[in-house]
Design a protein around this ligand. Sequence first.
Ligand code: ATP
Ligand code: MG
Length: 638
Amino acid sequence: MITEEELLDGLNSAQREAVLHKGSPLLVIAGAGSGKTRVLTSRIAHLVLEGEARASSVLAITFTNKAADEMRSRLIDMLGDEVRYMWMSTFHSACVRILRTNAERFGYSKSFTIYDTQDSRRLIEQIEKELNVDPKKIRPQALMREIGAAKSEMVDFESYRDRASGPFERTVSEVYSQYQQRLKQFSAMDFDDLLMVTVNLFEACPDVLDMYRDRFQHILVDEYQDTNQVQNRLVLMLGEVHRNVCVVGDADQSIYMFRGADVRNILEFEKAFPDVRVIALEQNYRSTRNILDTANAVISNNRSRIPKNLWTSSDTGPPIFRYRANDENDEARFVSREVKRLADQEALFYSDMAVFYRTNAQSRALEEALVMEGIPYKVIGSTRFYDRREVKDLIAYLMVVANPADDLSARRIINSPKRGVGEATLAKMVEYAKANRINLVDSFLHATEAGAPKKASEALAELAFIISDLAKMNDDGAGPAQLLSTALERTGYRESIKALEAHEAQSRMENIAELVSMAGRFGELQDMLETVALVSDADDLYGIEGKVSLMTIHIAKGLEFEVVFMVGMDDGVFPHMRSIDDPVQLEEERRLCYVGITRSKRWLYLTHAWERMLWGAYTSSIPSRFISEIPDELVRDL
Ligand code: ATP
Ligand code: MG
């Protein structure tokens, strides 16, 4: 264990104050790289060191699982193994833990399923079809966005229906209501439900709320500027009595408005706790002066902000490098040349370098150029491992085993691998299950009765046996890896993959092997399914050692690198086309730019292309307005 002195030694006076403050809620509001996350971690360590709190009575919330893992391992270094009892996770994971224990009080089964974005989307598509809504006119994504926005403001489908006006909202209302009823029927929750249902649970069962209020004597939240209303509500509910609540954030880094994040939560926090102590941190420890001056200059163009004074005692550092490329390929070649040069001349590791872009599609040209130079790289979070078809298929088997009410997953496995069950048979099975009020998976044994053709009936009966055997194995304590291997063999899934064209078969078999080995790390099926569902793009940062990281700026939040390349600094790309004409959106883009710039410790490159392939056509463009907001003397053209 470290001593109190060691803990406080490396901190400046404002940071120390924040770590030591007692007796009222605390809000640390400060610019990028000023040590907010460090203060939060140190504060937890101090609470435990001083005996003010036990590890198990601390609830610490981070923005990603990866960030939680990092904080946890730092605290284990400082405090030892007791830290394992601390709840340190994202809001979503914390809510899942609460719900697993209490869901039955609220009409859900304990083994409720978590649907990820792809699952939700499939369900929405299915409902659109049933309601004869044309997905070309109202895209599933638009419905998901609208429903998600409603949920993040705690608007349930009944309230939504009451206030819906106009044809779009009425359609949303119908879909929302179907969607929600279906989720309940399947004993499933989507991401937004995890939060909303927890709040509902606390409201409906005061004894449950009291239990958690009592348990979590200290609540600490990082990246508070990106909480949505439900998350804010959770914090206020849990902290209301003991008021040992500490939140840290930076209003200039709020970049998730599209997911319902609301900077006003910071103001709300001050309102909810009038005796809140507010501490500002003003010294940036991450970046050179040039980088900080650049960031400050850009963000000062936002009108709706409270100016702050962020300074650094570090050296001026290299200038900000600008490159104007002919097109995106030229831009990518420039990046890869520069990466190579920095590695050679500045003795930097590839893992010290990151390339940021506004949207995932921009990675293609970069990847080609990096491959040409033989530079190892990793694209973070573009295609989630768990979104691959074979992985999804196999997980669907496990989901059905864990929760037989999960009709969405039952639909997914009914004909994968192909077993001669077509659309018509599926419709018959769905109809039969509905008429007899049973789960879809339980109808498989009655396929003949349901009117399915002979071959399909036999195949479905076989599938029903396999699933019931898997369920038995699960009850007897077989772990998820064994369940997966059994499913792979007995369903013929492995054979069906082998039958594919060689190259295709190989890559899918590799994914399956990876899934099985990952499953081997879990003893309980439920734990595995939870982890899989809650992995986010930003958790994809494992395994970047020795590689250049490529990612969207959104994912880069909270991270730092020696070298940052921000590519695609063209008006229309960044700021994004859809934001240019909307002052509110434009300010969010500028905050995103601020987040990107402030990830860099020393080298910052901004590149722009005069022409680039956009949405399938060559488009000429002008440099991003954000570049022109940087004082000329800080910039050097290459
Ligand atoms: P962001 O706004 O990007 O989330 P942050 O405010 O959370 O940043 P940290 O990530 O905690 O800042 O700290 C930024 C960097 O500065 C880290 O490398 C951290 O170790 C370092 N740092 C923070 N405080 C100090 C200090 N007092 N002395 C030396 N280094 C520090
Ligand atoms: Mg931070």
